[in-house]
Design a binder for this molecule. Structure first.
Ligand code: ATP
Ligand code: MG
Length: 424
């Protein structure tokens, strides 16, 4: 019979790798808590219209990447390709947008039908932050500072560069779009196919084209920087000055336009040179018009999303996972020879209470001493406690598993003290 396999571009995470996920998830969640950000959870399925309206009809995501299907009622549903639209939908639906401020975060799987490759999958995971009700430069600065702090906690700061740009207001972009359109018109035939289509639908996205000859044509094109209104320009200048004062290095990238329609003002990306074409590990910006566009109360907003798979790949690449992550246990409790280990289980439970920082892995299923020790080493345990008879004994053997093997016999009462002396 043909075996059923996982869907292409959708990955399983095996236990060893799950430890790395947990490490990244714990560090980021605890940092968010320390900064006073609150978690928001929303479903993986939404009405298709939500994404069409928010992300924009003429974007890669909506044009060709969404997992859209009809459910049994004939409603068009879509597996969420990103979190911002969902966060705004949920916030509006529960009255969080009216005259309030919120600093929120979410984490979970996103779905896009892209060509799977290293750092690009069809189910991938994002951790995102969305701040509602803030229009100033202070929140923009805080978000960038937060990311920077996270890179530092993960020992990645030497490998990640901040790029920033400002998109100005919608009317600035319209003016710039006109100028770009006029500039490209005479050479329209030389553009790549996607860009040709975008001439009349979303001309700014041509700047995003990965096609070399299109990029070549763009070299002498008008630049967005010349079209930004004074207010947005002043906010951007203030941000740059503050970044400088905080010692946060950045590069202004005038070609940074972002793939989604809803941004205005600040846009930023954190990029690395270690992951080839999948260089962006975190991307965000301001989207003051999105709430209105979705029929909600006008709400200034700014946020970002980071790709967790890409961060994990980068962490692996530059080798920053702590060695202790290899371990699933600190103490392996071997039960050799006996049939009943009820008392063993009760004892280990007590030890867990007394030594909550140590992980105890109790052997189940019997077997020879040597094969049990093999399991202890595989788990990365630093010590073994060995019941030789059947758990009714008053003495156990204890053994350190690192360095020179040194087994000795001690009374059951002394185990906690011995572990404290040898492992803490
Ligand atoms: P890219 O230009 O690489 O396609 P994007 O602009 O489509 O990225 P966003 O929609 O801004 O990406 O999502 C934010 C982050 O989520 C990206 O910077 C990236 O780290 C991650 N990401 C996006 N798409 C994928 C994917 N298919 N697989 C893995 N990670 C992804
Ligand atoms: Mg993309």
């Amino acid at each position: 019979m043909q075996k059923i396999k996982a869907i292409r571009g959708m990955n399983d995470v095996l236990p060893q790798e799950a430890l790395r996920w947990q490490y990244l998830e714990q560090i980021s969640a605890s940092l968010l808590a320390r900064w006073g950000y609150q978690e928001l959870r929303f479903p993986v399925l939404e009405n298709t219209a939500l994404f069409k309206r928010s992300i924009g009809e003429v974007t890669d995501i909506v044009e060709k990447e969404m997992y859209t299907f009809e459910d049994r009622n004939g409603d068009s549903l879509t597996l969420r390709p990103e979190g911002t639209a969902c966060a705004v939908r949920a916030a509006e639906e529960h009255g969080l947008l009216y005259n309030q401020t919120h600093k929120l975060w979410y984490r979970g799987p996103m779905y896009r039908h892209e060509r799977p490759q290293k750092g690009r999958y069809r189910q991938f995971h994002q951790l995102g932050v969305e701040c509602f009700g803030y229009s100033g430069v202070d929140i923009e600065l805080e978000l960038i500072q937060f990311c920077q702090r996270l890179w530092q906690e993960l020992s990645l700061n030497d490998h990640i560069t901040l790029q920033i740009n400002t998109l100005g207001a919608a009317k600035d972009r319209a003016e710039f779009g006109k100028a770009l359109h006029a500039y490209l018109m005479p050479v329209k035939d030389q553009l790549d196919e996607d860009s040709k289509r975008r001439m009349d639908s979303n001309v700014l996205r041509i700047l995003d084209s990965k096609d070399p000859s299109t990029q070549h044509l763009l070299q002498a094109a008008p630049v967005m920087g010349d079209f930004i209104n004074p207010r947005d320009q002043a906010q951007f200048d203030e941000l740059k000055a503050s970044l400088y004062e905080l010692g946060i290095a950045y590069i202004v990238n005038p070609a940074l336009v972002r793939g989604l329609d809803y941004y205005n003002g600040l846009v930023f990306e954190f990029v690395t040179d270690k992951l080839g074409a999948q260089a962006t590990v975190c991307a965000g910006g301001r989207y003051d018009q999105l709430a209105v566009k979705m029929g909600a109360t006008a709400t200034p907003a700014v946020g970002f999303a980071m790709g967790l798979e890409r961060l994990l790949l980068l962490m692996q690449e530059v080798d920053v996972f702590p060695e202790a992550l290899q371990r699933t246990a600190d103490v392996y409790v071997a039960v050799v020879g006996g049939s009943s280990n009820r008392r063993v289980l009760a004892l280990v439970e007590k030890w867990r209470d007394k030594l909550p920082n140590l992980r105890f892995l109790t052997h189940c299923g019997g077997g020879k001493y040597n094969s049990q020790m093999k399991k202890a080493f595989t788990a990365g345990a630093r010590a073994a406690v060995i019941f030789d008879v059947d758990g009714t004994q008053e003495e156990v053997r204890v053994r350190l598993l690192e360095g020179i093997a040194d087994t000795k016999t001690i009374s059951v009462e002394k185990v906690v003290t011995w572990l404290l002396e040898n492992l803490q």
